[in-house]
Write a protein that binds this ligand. Structure first.
Ligand SMILES: C[S@@+](CC[C@H](N)C(=O)[O-])C[C@H]1O[C@@H](n2cnc3c(N)ncnc32)[C@H](O)[C@@H]1O
Length: 346
């Protein structure tokens, strides 16, 4: 058994904070396309359905609902405050919630196997296994020990907006590359402090630091063109749409030629967008929550344009539509997430 490779630990660490519940709900989903609703009469027989197709009527209703709340009613001063003090709102959030409101994130290695290429996933309902972690496998597959003996290429992963480490710690557990270095930044100094206090924070394989990625210049512990993978999980949505392009251009600068962006975030007309009340709109499809943190809802085209216009090649761009059901209250909740993989040209 690989040290620390315990499914229970994985469960505790891969949860999400409370105001990320919108994405945490999806994190229980084992993988795309597992449960398809073919007869509407069956809808309340399960808690969730995958790959739900929206008809024209539903699209129209959602668009109408969004347009009802698309007028910006906040003053210029208020808009400026949400922008210039964005880190303070997140500090407050992490100060209150610490790392107590986490949820499972089983989908991470299913959707992004690049983060730990050595995991075996024969059955997603079984706990994740690492190659070489079980004796029967030792003869057939590369063991951790032999992996250490071999010359494994260095791997540098950088997570932007890493929060308290919901993604970093699972990667540290499951990526057995002895030359792995995972960097994480967040502009919330409170989040980074909490992350660093975690006993799993291993300075020999991990470096978390405070950085506001909307700044013109980045001060980083790595060189330009040195990263293999940049992870963007529910972070670009927290950044003002006018500043996203700069962030993507900076990522381009720091990725190696051939390096990869892994992106997952909120999709247009997600339930969370439809639930915003009048007065919370800050810009088109960009809103402020009650706690001062902000969120944007992407279309596939938004994501495609953002990355391809900065010199990335699209490898994946998909909408994950899921219907969650409250069987007791007979409620239907339509969730929408966008996932993409973009590669810097060699
Ligand atoms: C919705 S949370 C997601 C956290 C983490 N990626 C996850 O999925 O659990 C968004 C995170 O992005 C961080 N963030 C927002 N704007 C940022 C910026 N300009 N620079 C760095 N981090 C930022 C916030 O502090 C917060 O931790």
């Amino acid at each position: 058994m690989v040290a620390g490779c315990c499914p229970q630990k994985m469960r505790n660490m891969s949860e999400l904070p409370e105001n990320c519940q919108n994405e945490s709900a999806e994190s229980k989903r084992p993988q795309f396309g597992k449960r398809i609703l073919s007869e509407d009469a069956d809808v309340f027989q399960h808690n969730a359905w995958d790959n739900v197709v929206w008809d024209e009527e539903q699209q129209k209703l959602a668009s109408l609902k969004v347009s009802e709340n698309s007028t910006v009613t906040k003053s210029g001063d208020e808009l400026l405050k949400f922008e210039t003090e964005a880190d303070k709102f997140w500090n407050k959030f992490y100060g209150i919630h610490q790392n107590r409101f986490f949820k499972d994130r089983h989908w991470l290695f299913t959707e992004f196997p690049e983060l730990a290429p050595n995991i075996v996933k024969n059955d997603i309902h079984q706990p994740l296994r690492v190659l070489g972690s079980e004796s029967q496998e030792a003869n057939d597959v590369e063991s951790v020990a032999s992996c250490h003996e071999k010359l494994v290429p260095d791997m540098k992963i950088f997570e932007i907006g890493c929060g308290v480490g919901n993604t970093i710690f699972p990667i540290l557990l499951y990526n057995i590359n002895p030359s792995l270095m995972i960097y994480g930044c967040d502009f919330s100094s409170t989040a980074i402090e909490i992350l660093k206090e975690n006993p799993q924070y291993d300075e020999s394989r991990c470096n978390a630091f405070v950085l506001d990625v909307t700044l013109e210049d980045w001060i980083t512990p790595f060189e330009p063109e040195s990263l293999d993978i940049v992870v963007l999980i529910f972070v670009l949505s927290a950044i003002h749409p006018e500043k996203m392009k700069h962030v993507v251009q900076q990522i381009h600068r720091y990725l190696k030629p051939g390096g990869l962006i892994l992106f997952r975030d909120y999709g247009r007309y997600d339930l969370a967008q439809l639930r915003f009340k009048r007065g919370s709109c800050l810009a088109e499809n960009f809103y402020v929550r009650g706690d001062g943190t902000r969120v944007y809802f992407f279309t596939e085209d938004d994501v495609r344009n953002l990355f391809t216009e900065s010199g990335f090649k699209e490898e994946q761009n998909l909408v994950d539509r899921r219907l969650q059901v409250n069987r007791g209250k007979q409620l239907r909740m339509y969730r929408v997430w966008i996932q993409g993989k973009y590669r810097k040209l060699s």
